[in-house]
Ligand binder design. Structure first.
Ligand SMILES: NCCCCCC(=O)NO
Ligand SMILES: [Zn+2]
Length: 343
């Protein structure tokens, strides 16, 4: 299996406000380094650098003004004499105005964010666009006839929606790739999110559309981040009604229950009969993940890949979360080797 990877991810590692404490972000460069080392150690396949893409490709799922914000935020932040990481600190919640973009950077940071888990640093824009380019390059490989590819994206993307960042995510790499697949001639694409956390960004972007079916297995938002999306009754709207499927699962979920939900989701995908499948691959469903509460074992990730392979679809895996750095390489690559064995 072809892996796409960019060293540019090292340009990004900011802080985050977690549990009321300002700390180095859990989403750290070592995650991608460990996965890349495992890709190489297992001989998964060739590793290629991403191509260059115009930012108009990101604006196929994000608003142009949001892309402009990401590109200019660091310069606007430092233009007023600041040199430390930029973090949002006020948001347009409830009856505060969210219809007018503030002109001052402090206002823009909250206007374009859902939480304080998204620092803007000197290298964030370069790293975020390289990550989106990794996903676009992986999708181009599928469009060129590859049966599967692994977009080793960092920073991740599945919490980023059309006009907001959050949960370590800036550009929605998987959504950008899904849209690129449609722009490349596909009629329908399925986006399956197996990260522990609900992929609110992908859901939001495609919620009113029937050309992308979004499905997500995740920690129940009643007590798991992102808390405010991912319930079972979110089934799409307008033309998209019936094309959004959420599988909220309880703390402590292990393979039997997880595999059952995955089976159901795969049944929905098979019935939808898409031209391609994009998988938001988070491995924070691992039993030892420091910020998540499922109980999957490393061997279960082989089963996960094998089940996805049974769909017999061109498949792009896009890296999302997973924070047990010692095991993240084993778990992520287990999905890919399980897929290859199961296909
Ligand atoms: N800082 C709050 C927790 C962010 C979760 C990020 C993640 O893994 N999403 O899939
Ligand atoms: Zn996650």
């Amino acid at each position: 299996m072809l892996t796409i990877y960019s060293d540019a991810h090292h340009l990004h590692h900011g802080c985050e406000l977690k549990d009321g404490v300002l700390m180095p972000c859990f989403e750290q460069p070592g995650r991608a380094d460990t996965i890349l080392a495992r890709v190489r150690a297992t001989g998964l396949g060739p590793v290629a650098a991403p191509g260059e893409y115009d930012s108009v490709r990101y604006a196929r799922v994000h608003s142009p003004r949001y892309v402009r914000f990401l590109e200019r935020a660091w310069d606007e932040w430092t233009a007023i004499g600041r040199s430390h990481d930029a973090l949002p600190l006020i948001w347009p919640v409830r009856d505060l105005r969210g219809d007018i973009e503030p002109e001052f950077i402090d206002g823009k940071l909250g206007f374009y964010a859902m939480d304080a888990g998204v620092a803007i640093t000197a290298g964030t824009w370069k790293a975020a666009r390289a990550s989106a380019n990794v996903a676009l390059t992986g999708m181009d490989a599928l469009l060129a006839g590859e049966g599967s590819a692994f977009a080793l994206c960092r920073p991740p993307g599945h919490h980023a929606a059309a006009e907001y960042m959050g949960g370590y995510c800036y550009l929605n790499n998987a959504a950008i790739a899904a849209q690129s697949c449609l722009d490349g001639g596909a009629g329908k694409v399925a986006l399956l999110d197996v990260d522990y956390h609900h992929g609110n960004g992908g859901q939001s972007i495609f919620y009113q559309r029937d050309d992308v079916m979004f499905l997500s297995l995740h920690g129940d938002p009643k007590y798991s981040y992102p808390y405010f999306s991912g319930h079972r009754d979110e089934t799409g709207a307008g033309a998209g009604l019936g094309f959004n499927h959420n599988y909220p699962l309880p703390h402590g979920t292990g393979w039997p229950a997880y595999g059952e939900a995955l089976d159901h989701a795969c049944g929905q995908i098979a019935a939808y009969a898409p031209d391609a499948l994009v998988v938001s691959l988070g491995v924070d469903t691992f039993k030892d993940d420091p910020i998540s509460q499922f109980r999957l074992e490393s061997e279960d990730f082989l089963r996960l890949g094998a089940r996805i392979a049974k769909l017999d679809l061109p498949t792009l895996f896009v890296m999302e979360g997973g924070y047990m750095v010692d095991d993240i390489g084993i778990n992520a690559v287990n999905v890919l080797t399980g897929f290859q064995a199961g296909g």
